[in-house]
Unconditional design. Structure first.
Length: 672
């Protein structure tokens, strides 16, 4: 390596063969990136045990005896040692799975390359020539922080069982880069954690509060005082609610900058927490923006902030200067992607809305910024809908809202059909531009052009009752729109994909508020899905089911009633809504057998269900012809069930396989 490139070009070299800290069977790896310390005095690298090549893998030398001759010369008594009656078997093509596996075999397959490349972190102190081992197999994810002043790592061995089922924790370890000495800073911590720019403090979050560990003084400094920074709306059943996040440290490690639901806070090492913005008063969310990605610290004397009205979805940009927050721009458009020229006081941002395609605005001040792009100059030649927000509460009394998209041909003297598209929180889609496309099958711009209102509501889910809480919330959301008199309550459809597909399958078995439903790649049976594998990641679904989107908290053998109560297959007798399922038969995210279960149960119960199976497709459709086909069928499905139009033949006619095959081979749409 070379240093002082602008001066004397000093050269140094590290020979692992002559370095005592690196064992004779270890080698420096080339797959861990080299990391320089900011002061240029140290370089971090990875070392791994070296496995010599198996001699049997080497090509035979010219002097090697002929294999056939060797067999002929072999003593006959060797044959007598063998069991003459036992067949010679090749190694079986199989795997061994054990219930005690901390990581399942599919997970280990997913991590195969990472496991093969797992290495120990070393540091070479160039001036002194010392080499120090910093990590070993007992530590996970060693990370060089604070410009090389410190290394942070974790150890999750004591929490393996929790981690296996979605409640991962770890001990946070600080490693001294001079000596390799390790200090356990905190036990059983979750994210976020990190180090101050100097490395003198390590921050972490626990039970609603932020803390700083003084690395030199070996003391813990509580930073939050009596203020809680827990996200109380987080509806997943985990041991502790996560924080709203943090922005980073200020200059000289004086304070940590964090967020509550609305505001930016300064948490000083010495002193009391200080709220820097006043967003809570009018429910505007402020967040810091790093215009210089290379800056180590936040300058509270000159920091830019984004703004978002929680209930208005107005967006803007503000500037924090000490005690003052100046609102520079705040309007109905969705404003984001703030950037600054590196050598001038010139700023750029993007503004968009559902009926206004994204464009850049540039200027030396935000009030004088001018639009410099026109991404869709033809839009004003076409009819287009607009959006507004609809307020409602869920059965628990939590205030929520949804994005309501108006039909492109809206006439206030008419009542319209409505399509409800669901996932989790969708209200922010009110300010997102949707490009109409035949390939985008869940597109509100397409549906509004077809004469539909579209509602994308926010949903909070109850622990152990995700389907029931979704259905009851949707009843209220739809009711809030129906009360306006613009939507016919008898002509409301439901559509969702994946987690939304689960809801679109279950909800019609709980309520009759929807006249038709479309469920893409959904889950129908929480019991059988709990015990399956998420093949994309090679991970078991159990942890995801308990603490992830399903929010079931416990396995089904602990609360089988909850699993049954929230599964469409067990409530099939209550299904009166025509249901259209979509699956790809190569889905590695949600096993398409989930839809097959519902299909078979619906057949037995004589319930109205149609299933579209796209060959070779995964969780989402990738082939253009399939995307266009599915979009067309969704519209035809709703046109018939919500508008009363004549059904396409595939909706009501039985189309035998031979006929479907004939149409497919002929290039025409199957059942079109």
């Amino acid at each position: 390596m070379w240093r002082d490139l602008e001066g004397s070009f000093s050269q140094s070299a590290l020979d692992p063969a002559t370095t005592e800290e690196i064992g004779p069977d270890e080698r420096i790896v080339d797959f861990r990136s080299l990391v320089w310390a900011d002061d240029g005095d140290a370089i971090f690298f990875g070392v791994k045990e070296w496995t010599p090549k198996d001699p049997e893998d080497e090509a035979p030398s010219e002097d090697a005896p002929d294999e056939g001759a060797a067999e002929e010369d072999a003593p006959e008594e060797n044959a007598a040692d063998e069991d003459e009656g036992a067949p010679k078997l090749d190694p079986a093509d199989m795997e061994i799975w054990r219930s005690s596996d901390v990581r399942t075999l599919p997970t280990q397959k997913r991590d195969e390359r990472a496991d093969e490349q797992r290495n120990d972190l070393f540091v070479w102190h160039v001036d002194s020539g010392r080499t120090v081992r910093l990590s070993d197999e007992d530590l996970d994810d060693p990370d060089v922080v604070a410009g090389g002043a410190l290394v942070l790592a974790t150890d999750d061995d004591a929490y393996e069982l929790d981690g296996m089922f979605g409640r991962g924790r770890a001990d946070l370890i600080a490693i001294d880069v001079e000596t390799g000495e390790r200090t356990t800073l905190v036990e059983g911590v979750t994210f976020p954690y990190g180090a101050s720019p100097s490395g003198d403090f390590v921050h972490y979050y626990r039970d609603g509060g932020f803390f700083a560990f003084d690395v030199q003084g070996r003391t813990v400094v509580p930073l939050s005082g009596e203020v809680s920074f827990a996200n109380e709306q987080y509806d997943h059943p985990v041991p502790e609610k996560p924080s709203y996040g943090l922005a980073g440290w200020t200059e000289n490690d004086e304070a940590l900058v964090v967020y509550d639901e609305f505001d930016v806070w300064e948490l000083p090492i010495e002193g009391s927490p200080r709220r820097l913005t006043q967003g809570r008063e009018d429910e505007v969310v402020f967040r810091a923006v790093r215009l210089d990605p290379d800056a180590d610290a936040i300058d509270l004397g000159n920091t830019y902030l984004t703004m978002r009205g929680k209930w208005t979805l107005r967006y803007g940009i503000a500037r924090l200067q000490g005690e003052e927050v100046e609102r520079l721009v705040y309007e109905d458009d969705n404003i984001g992607r703030l950037a600054k020229a590196s050598e001038a006081d010139v700023y750029a941002y993007v503004a968009q809305d559902f009926d206004d395609s994204p464009d850049y605005f540039v200027g030396s001040s935000f009030r004088s910024a001018k639009q410099v792009t026109a991404t869709n100059p033809f839009q004003n030649q076409y009819a287009w809908g607009h959006t507004e927000l609809v307020r409602y509460t869920n059965p628990n009394g939590e205030p929520l809202q949804g994005a309501l998209f108006y039909p492109a041909d809206y006439d206030p003297s008419r009542t319209y059909p409505m399509i409800v598209y669901i996932y989790e929180f969708r209200s922010q889609s009110a300010k997102q531009y949707s490009v109409p496309s035949h390939r985008s099958y869940y597109n509100p711009a397409v549906w509004t052009a077809e004469g539909y209102f579209v509602l994308q509501p926010d949903i909070l889910f109850d622990t152990r009752d995700p389907g029931v809480s979704s259905a009851r919330t949707l009843e209220r959301a739809v009711g809030a729109v129906v009360e306006t008199g613009m939507v016919d309550p008898e002509r409301v459809g439901l559509v969702g994909h994946s987690w939304g597909g689960y809801q679109a399958q279950f909800v019609p078995t709980y309520t009759d508020v929807f006249a038709a439903s479309v469920a893409g790649a959904g889950i129908s049976n929480l019991v059988t899905m709990y015990g399956s594998i998420f093949w994309v990641a090679g991970a078991p679904e159990s942890g995801h089911f308990e603490t992830g989107q399903e929010r079931m908290d416990v396995p089904y053998y602990v609360d089988r009633d909850a699993y049954i109560r929230n599964s469409a297959v067990f409530n099939i007798e209550s299904l009166h809504t025509p249901l259209l399922l979509e699956v790809g038969d190569s889905d590695r995210n949600v096993n398409w057998g989930q839809s097959i279960e519902l299909y078979n149960i619906a057949r037995r119960a004589q319930k109205p269900l149609t299933m579209l199976v796209y060959h070779g497709e995964d969780h989402g459709l990738r082939q253009e012809e399939n995307q266009a086909d599915y979009q067309r069928r969704i519209i035809e499905w709703f046109d018939h069930h919500l508008k009363g139009l004549e059904p396409a033949d595939w909706i009501e006619e039985q189309i035998p396989w031979l006929e479907q095959k004939k149409r497919s081979e002929g290039g025409g749409p199957t059942g079109g």
